[in-house]
Design a protein around this ligand. Structure first.
Ligand code: SF4
Length: 456
């Protein structure tokens, strides 16, 4: 136990903003208390812990007393149940929450920026000169186009995420984003086209047939996907990603790709995230309009998955051989992954020429073997993003972080993800943007950190 664990700086006492979230859920549709608590859990705002039922009901009662909610009894089959709805006063309250949270977010960003720059300038705890020189050298090599040395990646990852060295690394990474990407940033808009129980049963995936989380297959209609792609492109997405399972079929994916490509502007790249393919199959997808493939050697490949890591590396090479661009994140990152594992996956991505690289945290989906496990900290996620930015240099203009951790964006990540549809990191599909993170939110986050959004 750390001596600061009970101090306010641990963030343990930060409010969870339950009241505005309840208002936000109920303004979409009136609900019974039980359904509401389920929806509250699905927001992901409570981490692996389910929301406290008693506390939620107490808050609903208080909100009803204050006039922002009203109730009626639903007398359908079974016992009558209370249904909550938002009143006119509640709608005003919701709007005030939006303006208060927006101004608080700006204020928090400014406080964070002040604290970060103060830490960087702290005369008592500066980044040692030897570490500064080392990081400058790693950056110089990466900007000359050289791939990073494994021992250099390991040294960068070995710094504590809250150390002066990592603060310096983050600052250097942000400078690198300025030089390599011209401060341009983009949104990766992904659509999960289908969900189906998958016989591979990777330990971190909600689709794994062995876990029984996703029991039935479901596909989104082509018109829905085309409409979403058109909307995301109009809102400034730089990539539209079609994510399909092995059940969807290559020919259908090609037909879908053609239909989506037809509605996209030239500035918006079409990406396919699907199973392993031969060089000719990848070329055929290219003829259908796909310009980039997402594929990854995952952390724990061969241990948490039944795939042979050597075969995954082959699959990465085939994407390059087919003349297709590659996107490859370091994923799914958990707190237990060693520096060595992270370095090896990162080097696989960079050696395969990933134009979009980055890091994605593991979502510990209840019902999968990782349900209830610890999540990687935002600080570690930001550190890994900064390492990728520094080591990727001129070869990797786009560094992604998922979920969209503000610190990672401050440290050089210039791509964030908005996703809809079937999500292998959740037990339910997302009819709207996953966890409520919209194109507007993505743009606002990138702009707040000084990027120009679009055309990444
Ligand atoms: S990660 Fe892919 S291969 Fe593994 S269980 Fe999920 S859908 Fe199947």
């Amino acid at each position: 136990m750390d001596e600061l664990d009970s101090c306010a700086c641990s963030g343990g006492n930060l409010p969870r903003f339950v009241q505005p979230v309840l208002l936000g859920l109920l303004v979409r549709e009136p609900m019974h208390g039980y359904a509401l608590v389920q929806k509250l859990e699905d927001t992901g705002l409570f981490g692996p812990q389910p929301p406290d039922m008693t506390g939620c009901y107490r808050m609903l009662r208080d909100m009803e007393r204050s006039g922002v909610l009203e109730t009626e009894y639903d007398r359908g089959d079974g016992p009558a149940r209370k249904k909550y709805r938002v009143t006119a006063l509640g709608r005003r309250c919701l709007n005030r929450w939006i303006s208060s949270l927006t101004s608080n977010r700006d204020h928090l960003d400014r406080v964070l920026a002040l604290l970060l720059s103060a830490r960087d300038a702290d005369a008592q705890d500066p980044c040692p000169e030897a570490d500064r020189a080392f990081m400058e050298e790693v950056r110089r090599r990466a900007l000359s186009g050289a791939l990073p040395r494994r021992e250099d990646v390991l040294r960068l990852l070995s710094y504590a995420p809250d150390s002066a060295q990592t603060a310096f690394l983050g600052r250097l990474a942000r400078q690198t984003a300025r030089e390599v990407a011209g401060d341009r940033a983009g949104v990766w808009a992904a659509f999960g086209v289908d969900a189906a129980p998958c016989s591979m049963s990777c330990a971190f995936c909600a689709f794994g047939a062995s876990w029984g989380v996703v029991r039935e297959s479901h596909e989104w209609a082509q018109e829905e996907i085309v409409a979403a792609a058109r909307r995301y492109a109009a809102e400034g997405a730089s990539w539209i990603v079609l994510r399909t399972t092995e059940h969807y079929g290559r020919e259908r994916l090609e037909a879908l790709a053609k239909a989506v490509r037809a509605v996209l502007p030239p500035s918006c790249a079409l990406v396919a995230n699907t199973g392993q393919m031969t060089v000719e199959e990848i070329r055929s997808l290219g003829r259908a309009g796909v310009q980039m493939m997402y594929h990854a050697l995952r952390l724990g490949e061969g241990r948490d998955t039944p795939f042979d890591p050597a075969e995954r590396r082959q699959a990465l090479r085939r994407i390059g051989e087919a003349g297709m661009e590659l996107a490859h994140l370091v994923e799914p990152l958990g707190p237990e992954h060693s520096d060595e594992e992270i370095a090896d996956v990162l080097l696989a991505a960079l050696e395969a020429g990933a134009k979009v690289c980055g890091v994605m945290a593991r979502s510990n989906v209840p019902g999968t073997p990782y349900g209830g496990a610890e999540s990687v900290s935002d600080a570690r996620l930001a550190q890994v993003a900064a390492v990728i930015r520094l080591c990727g240099g001129v070869n990797t203009p786009h560094v992604c972080v998922h979920p969209p951790v503000s610190q990672a964006v401050a440290w050089g990540a210039n791509v964030v993800v908005v996703e809809t549809g079937a999500i292998p990191r959740d037990k339910k599909e997302a009819a709207a943007e996953w966890r409520g993170f919209s194109m507007d939110d993505a743009r606002a986050l990138l702009l707040r950190h000084g990027y120009v959004v679009g055309g990444a």
